[in-house]
Design a protein around this ligand. Structure first.
Ligand code: HEM
Length: 176
């Protein structure tokens, strides 16, 4: 019998292949300097963790907004896929934009980062299955788990989040 983890591993492997394909496609990107921060580099190479995290953040905003609406299934699934692709691309890169790690702690933090991205992917794949099955309450519960995971991982890794346009930062309005 196929175990749950064989299934998850298969889905992750598929996501890796799809991500590789996606990043290998011609991007039709504007010239250097006009590209959005974190956008693909020339040659379709994956970006920085910072850029990929911004991608996760934008898709997660859509996911949070639409998760409770059964009629938004397509939008929910598209947002989940964007997050999965970004997490696959990010997991074996080294964060260096918004973290202040000493050389001594860096290997451990990089390992924690990679494990965290894998956990994020596992959760996203479960949410995706629930979304496909139209299990709206389960999708909402999954979104809350991701929110908690983001908070705890960012704390553990000492991430200093920047505010993006139209967004309150982690410190909330009136924060530092
Ligand atoms: C939905 C979940 C998550 C969201 C929405 C999110 C969002 C963000 C945002 C907005 C940033 C700052 C990007 C910038 O301003 O430049 C960031 C950075 C970062 N996040 Fe996340 N994050 C999530 C999950 C995670 C998880 C699970 C991990 C750990 C495995 C993680 C690790 C990091 C790290 C290390 C950085 C700093 C990257 C660098 O500066 O190079 N995040 N994240």
């Amino acid at each position: 019998m196929k175990s749950k983890w064989t299934g998850v591993a298969g889905s992750v492997a598929l996501a890796v292949v799809v991500a590789g394909w996606a990043f290998a496609q011609p991007t039709g990107q504007p010239p250097a300097g006009e590209r959005p921060p974190g956008g693909p580099r020339p040659g379709g190479r994956p970006q920085s963790v910072e850029g990929l995290m911004k991608q996760v953040n934008r898709a997660f905003r859509t996911l949070k907004r639409e998760a409770g609406k059964p009629e938004s299934k397509d939008q929910v699934l598209a947002a989940i896929t964007q997050m999965e692709l970004a997490a696959v691309a990010a997991k074996d890169l080294t964060p260096n934009g918004h973290v202040r790690w000493t050389e001594a702690e860096k290997p451990m933090k990089v390992l924690q980062f990679r494990r965290g991205q894998i956990e994020l992917l596992e959760l996203l794949l479960l949410i995706e299955k629930n979304a496909l099955d139209g299990k709206t309450p389960e999708v909402q519960a999954g979104v809350e788990k991701i929110e908690a995971m983001r908070k705890s991982m960012h704390e553990k890794l000492g991430v200093e989040e920047e505010e993006e346009e139209g967004e309150e930062g982690p410190r909330g309005p009136g924060g530092r």
